[in-house]
Design a protein. Structure first.
Length: 111
């Protein structure tokens, strides 16, 4: 939601964009101390309240599946794996980045 404006939830989308910018600011601030700061931007995760709304609201369900190029929702394990990666030595040279785990939802679609 940080990169996709949404008329029904503007405060939520704005807060997500602010968190991404804060991530980059903190990465710059803490870099001299050798501290890496990055963030995960998951797509629609099939858990918690999102799962309940997805199951109960047909309009919401159709929207979620329509905007996902692969027609899928994220599982909590995929989001956890992204965190594990960012905390690992494999990500030792990554900071100030937003790792999108979203089945391609953040890819702009034209047409």
């Amino acid at each position: 939601m940080a990169q996709i404006p949404h008329t029904r939830i503007p405060a939520y989308a704005t807060a997500k964009a602010a968190l991404e910018h804060l991530t980059r600011c903190l990465a710059l601030e803490f870099a001299p101390a050798g501290i890496r700061v990055s963030a995960i931007a998951p797509g629609n995760v099939a858990a918690g309240s999102s799962l309940r709304v997805f199951e109960a609201d047909q309009e919401y369900r159709e929207f979620v599946l329509r905007v996902a190029p692969m027609g899928k929702r994220n599982c909590p394990k995929a989001v956890a794996a992204a965190f594990t990666f960012l905390c690992s030595d494999m990500a030792a040279e990554i900071t100030g980045q937003i790792l999108r785990v979203d089945y391609g939802v953040s890819i702009p679609k034209i047409g």
